[in-house]
Design a protein around this ligand. Structure first.
Ligand code: PMP
Length: 310
């Protein structure tokens, strides 16, 4: 995937041209992966000539929680983080779908791999991004031979930069073996999540996802889908352990995440899921999700932050 980054980034407490947002090779975070990041989307609404940022506050709440777990501090309060982000999008004059990458990282030029007493910095850049994975033709997935890192080893809930080695190993293995994506099992052998997404299954019209204790990242899209499934589609939802073989017999399986949005899965470990097409629950949820994030629905206005004056 080629990056087409926005011209302006936020780096070392100011807005700078992206070419100037560079770090020293001695940086702690580069050596040890001592950072935490976020991934936020903003959707361009052509009719309204508006860029809507989805669940901005919730994303920064999570980044602050990640920071707390990792003894980090972005140096900005929640309101300031939101303000900087909206200003950055406006400065880049984005008029298309955008992905935002805010992160807090150990920016000190220090050698010892610890978290306390090492200086932090906050930075953010933006890039144009439509679909990260194919969301239309169905994904072919494998259960990874790599186990999901346990929250008690590298806190998965913290979206720690270094933890993504785990995702990168699984994604590489899956791609090299001819699959689109990998599904992780946790240390107990239960389904955890994808490499950059949470996972849902549908069985007999019940929407099921792994619990927060399955070494997952507590996804904001996951939370969104659970809420709209319950409130708008009257679906029964379950947050519970999922066994590997339930994947094979599920009626529908899909990934959820800011990047992947809602990406349905047609095959897992060479078994066809359902009838091999997108299922009715995935279809309805996807339609509802996109209408909400793009501002084409009036539902949940509190989740959308406008970038341009209304
Ligand atoms: N799990 C992992 C490992 C991820 O990287 C992501 C993407 N941020 C998700 C789940 C989905 O989280 P969200 O819906 O907040 O983007």
């Amino acid at each position: 995937m080629k990056n087409s980054a926005g011209k302006i980034a936020f780096f070392k407490n100011q807005f700078v041209p992206i070419e100037e947002a560079n770090i020293n090779i001695q940086t702690h975070a580069l050596q040890y992966g001592t950072g935490a990041f976020g991934g936020i989307r903003a959707y361009w609404n052509e009719k309204e000539q508006q860029l809507w940022v989805f669940r901005l506050e919730d994303h920064y709440k999570r980044l602050l929680q990640s920071s707390r777990i990792l003894f980090m501090n972005p140096g900005y309060a929640l309101e300031d983080l939101k303000k900087i982000t909206v200003e950055l999008l406006a400065k880049n004059n984005w008029k298309q779908n955008v992905y935002l990458r805010p992160f807090v990282y150990k920016s000190a030029l220090e050698l010892s791999p610890r978290l306390y007493n090492v200086d932090d910095s906050f930075a953010i850049y933006t890039l144009a991004l439509d679909d990260y994975l194919d969301i239309n033709s169905g994904l072919r997935c494998c259960v990874s031979s790599w186990q999901r890192i346990n929250d008690n080893a590298i806190p998965t809930r913290s979206k720690a930069t270094g933890g993504y080695i785990n995702s990168a190993l699984a994604k590489s293995e899956a791609s090299l073996n001819g699959f689109d994506e990998a599904i992780f099992l946790d240390a107990n052998g239960m389904v955890s999540e994808g490499t950059a997404a949470n996972l849902f299954i549908v069985r007999d019209n019940v929407l099921i996802t792994a619990p927060k204790t399955a070494s997952i990242l507590e996804g904001i899209t996951r939370r969104t889908l659970l809420q709209i499934a319950k409130e708008q589609l009257n679906l029964t939802i379950e947050e519970r352990d999922i066994s590997r073989t339930e994947l094979y017999i599920a009626d529908e399986v899909f990934f959820s995440g800011t990047g992947v949005q809602l990406a349905w899965i047609k095959e897992i470990d060479h078994r066809t899921i359902g009838n091999g097409g997108i299922g009715p629950v995935s279809t309805k949820l996807r339609q509802l999700f996109f209408s909400i994030v793009t501002g084409n629905s009036e539902l949940y206005p509190q989740w959308r932050t406008p970038v341009y004056p209304k």
